[in-house]
Design a binder for this molecule. Sequence first.
Ligand SMILES: [Fe+2]
Ligand SMILES: [Fe+2]
Length: 250
Amino acid sequence: MKVHKPYVIYEEGDHSFIWLGLDESDREKGVLTNQYLIRDGDRGALLDAGGYFVFERVLNSVQEFVKPENVDLLLYSHQDPDVVGALNLWVDMLPNVKIYVSELWERFLPHLGYDLGESINDLPDQGARIPFGKSYIEAVPAHFLHSPGNFHYYDPVSKVYFSGDMGAAIFPKDKWYLIVENFEEHAKLMEGFHRRYIPCKRAIEKWLTRIQDMDIQIIAPQHGSVFTGENVRKFLDWLMKLDRVGLELL
Ligand SMILES: [Fe+2]
Ligand SMILES: [Fe+2]
């Protein structure tokens, strides 16, 4: 069993972007997932908090940095079980949290068995700036990548872009690393996922156009490894060139 401690990806002053650790033995239960915390002073925003069996680890990791009552935001990219599966546990644990998810999925979440009442906020298709700490977090539309109501989250302070399932890599047994070093080797672990789960190339192209002028220093996906330095550009170029995606494979 290899358990990895949280890792601070970015920190300046009282603002940080934190990866919340991993237990490699989880891959026997389900696909490995990354969770992240944006911290501003004593406030926290949690990104794709994850499924049931990672809840305890993620909660413990969050508490190393902020108090549960100071977690203001629970931001969801989409509706998959590896993203929202522990929602019921989180709402019990985070008394002041506001949840954000696409307006397409808000009406589906009560099926998890919880009346979310006032704490849930719909994100309109065009996205939103969500106030957080002394700044904000940008909910960036990324529809059909892969979910039809899908958002990424950009932190303009750290310039880290949380890309949800975009950039997902599926590791073989006994392989895992947090930061991409050899992009060409890493791309082999991403290819199958992107071809099968992303429905069409047009969705990728629209998104690449949307983000092209954003100042993105780091891309942090929900599965796989983090892109830093020149690998940010390499990843986006790789996506631009990726052919035979989704429906084209039928
Ligand atoms: Fe997904
Ligand atoms: Fe996912």
